[in-house]
Design a protein around this ligand. Structure first.
Ligand SMILES: Cc1cc2nc3c(=O)[nH]c(=O)nc-3n(C[C@H](O)[C@H](O)[C@H](O)COP(=O)(O)OP(=O)(O)OC[C@H]3O[C@@H](n4cnc5c(N)ncnc54)[C@H](O)[C@@H]3O)c2cc1C
Ligand code: HEM
Length: 511
């Protein structure tokens, strides 16, 4: 390990990035789910959460993927880091530590003392990042068993969250080191919103920092000199400081006291929406108003499972803002290949009835519809229809004049959730164009004018200036995005949401 670190230090002195593509460009493309890269990095990695497949889109004629995926975006990241970082051009800090600030980059800087150490050791830390966080989580959860009620134990079993944290910290270090790196703001926003939905508090950063640094020391051993430890501690606390500040701002905007982040809501309605899909309508138990939320945002819902474990999960609010009620739409995740059924979605389906009380966090999420006049293209597959339903409802309520096109893919009419609600909103909009694809078109599908097969946008006239919003399985979105770009939609206009741990999903794909 010491040898690897020494080599990394030597490597960090290479002056030139000889590759045509800058490391941070490649890195950001990886981190931002650029489907061109995604094909290479996530092939075969999507595991089935519910076994309820939907089309992956054009070009994958025979592929059916789960409607809720949690494929990680970051496979392959480590190999990029291990070759890229030593080649990152130095020059952000002068010998005196002065810098040229790039708009949108961090306003916080590594100290001149820590910077060369981080630069030299980042590739080695990146290489071992998953090993580090693999030690970190079990140790932290053993020392603080109460945190098991906060972290998604399904993600812990799958390793998803380990990769998310590890890659976030290393990507943050790259961002600190590279003056030309694109803004880290979207990543920061995605994490801060997720944390706020879960009621993460500033003092918990001390616990995470302590166990993370202990895991670094354990994995890298003697290589972690006091100098190296101090430099990475600095990276962690710069990141933490920015997250804490942003989370404080979001708590204030939401009117939520982070020491009491959960609010009790009564289930006032339960609707069997579609195959394996229910909607639950909540009303605050205290009789107050529902907090203001934007279409596209989600809430964390906490349940106490039969074994006593409390578990939160995020569910998109599936209508536009309502003063008195808040609706979520949940697809039941069925275990496949010996994996257990989804814990929370199954519990909600099997146990929750009208009159039950559940705790919900503050509505959060940075992927929301921005105001504007440009045409809108709303694309979804499977239960990915939830944010689209919320956006359509909101547009109809506000009587938008924006031209709207809606495209949805599903297995069949029976599995098409929120069909009625979206159809109502679409007819209220008057001129919206609708396109539907089902794998199997029965009489109902026929009446709805559904096409048979995978979504194929090539026949649609898509305005170049369209703002695109999409939600669905990652392979589906990758195919759709590729076809949109081919037909001339600029990639920065394409925004999307992934229903899983994915720290970069809120970002556009323009990098
Ligand atoms: C921003 C956001 C918005 C979302 N919006 C919606 C929405 O509107 N509607 C919706 O239905 N969902 C939505 N989701 C997804 C939702 O949050 C949950 O992830 C989903 O309901 C599954 O949770 P679960 O507890 O049922 O499954 P989990 O228990 O978390 O299991 C997930 C998967 O892991 C597997 N697994 C669990 N434990 C193990 C193990 N030990 N070994 C192997 N495999 C294992 C399970 O088989 C399953 O496939 C959203 C997610 C996010 C992040
Ligand atoms: C600098 C410190 C931290 C970083 C870099 C960080 C990073 C992340 C990232 C990248 C995600 C995934 C976001 C997504 O894409 O959905 C996440 C989620 C989460 N974080 Fe943090 N985090 C930090 C501190 C904390 C702290 C202090 C806590 C509280 C103990 C915490 C608890 C959580 C939880 C519970 C989740 C959701 C995980 C899941 O459900 O599996 N994080 N964090």
């Amino acid at each position: 390990m010491v040898g690897a670190l020494a080599r990394a230090v030597a490597g960090s002195r290479r002056p030139e990035d000889q590759r045509s593509e800058k490391p941070h460009h490649r890195l950001v493309r990886l981190l931002t789910h650029d489907p061109d890269i995604g094909d290479r990095r996530t092939e075969g990695q999507h595991r089935c959460r519910d076994g309820d497949g939907v089309h992956t889109g054009s070009g994958h004629a025979s592929s059916v993927v789960p409607s809720v995926i949690y494929g990680s975006p970051i496979a392959g990241l480590w190999s990029v880091f291990s070759t890229a970082l030593p080649k990152v051009k130095s020059g952000r800090a002068s010998p005196q530590g002065t810098r040229h600030h790039h708009p949108g980059s961090s306003i916080l800087f590594l100290s001149p003392h820590a910077e060369p150490v981080v630069r030299a050791t980042a590739p080695v830390v990146a290489e071992h990042a998953v090993a580090i966080t693999s030690r970190f989580y079990p140790a932290m959860l053993e020392a603080h068993p109460d945190l098991r009620n906060l972290f998604n134990m399904g993600n812990q079993a799958s390793g998803e969250q380990r990769q998310a944290l590890a890659s976030a910290v290393v990507a943050y270090a790259v961002h600190l080191l590279d003056p030309a790196a694109p803004s880290f703001q979207p990543v920061m926003q995605r994490i801060a919103h997720k944390h706020v939905s879960l009621g993460i508090r500033p003092e918990q950063y001390t616990i995470v920092g302590h166990h993370l640094m202990a895991a670094v020391a354990e994995v890298l051993g003697d290589a972690v000199t006091p100098e190296v430890a101090q430099a990475w501690d600095e990276v962690y606390w710069l990141f933490a400081a920015q997250l804490i500040a942003e989370e404080a701002r979001l708590y204030t905007v939401a009117g939520v006291d982070p020491s009491h982040p959960w609010r009790r809501y009564v289930v006032v309605e339960r609707v069997e929406e579609a195959t394996d899909t229910i909607s639950l309508v909540f009303r605050p138990e205290d009789g107050g108003l529902v907090p203001r939320h934007l279409p596209g945002q989600y809430v964390s819902v906490v349940v106490t499972l039969p074994d006593g474990l409390r578990q939160p999960r995020q569910y998109t609010v599936s209508t536009g803002p309502r003063e008195n009620t808040l609706q979520i739409t949940v697809r039941r995740v069925r275990g496949v290949g010996g994996a257990p059924d989804g814990a929370v979605s199954t519990f909600l389906h099997e146990q929750i009835v009208v009159g039950d009380v559940l705790e919900l966090g503050a509505p959060s999420g940075d992927l929301v519809l921005a105001d504007g006049d440009d045409p809108l293209l709303l694309i979804s597959a499977g239960v990915g229809i939830t944010p689209v339903a919320a956006i359509l409802d909101d547009l109809a309520t506000r009587g938008t004049t924006r031209p709207v096109t809606v495209a949805h893919a599903d297995r069949s009419a029976a599995s098409h959730a929120l069909f009625g609600a979206t159809a109502d909103a679409i007819s209220a909009l008057g001129s919206a164009e609708v396109h539907t694809w089902y794998e199997r078109v029965d009489a109902t599908g026929d009446r709805r004018g559904a096409r048979t097969g995978l979504m194929d946008l090539s026949a649609l006239q898509i305005p170049e200036a369209a703002d695109v919003f999409m939600c669905g399985p990652l392979p589906f979105m990758r195919d759709v995005r590729a076809s949109l770009v081919r037909s001339g939609v600029p990639s920065h206009r394409i925004r999307y949401e992934v229903f899983g741990p994915d720290m970069f999903a809120g970002q556009t794909l323009s990098a």
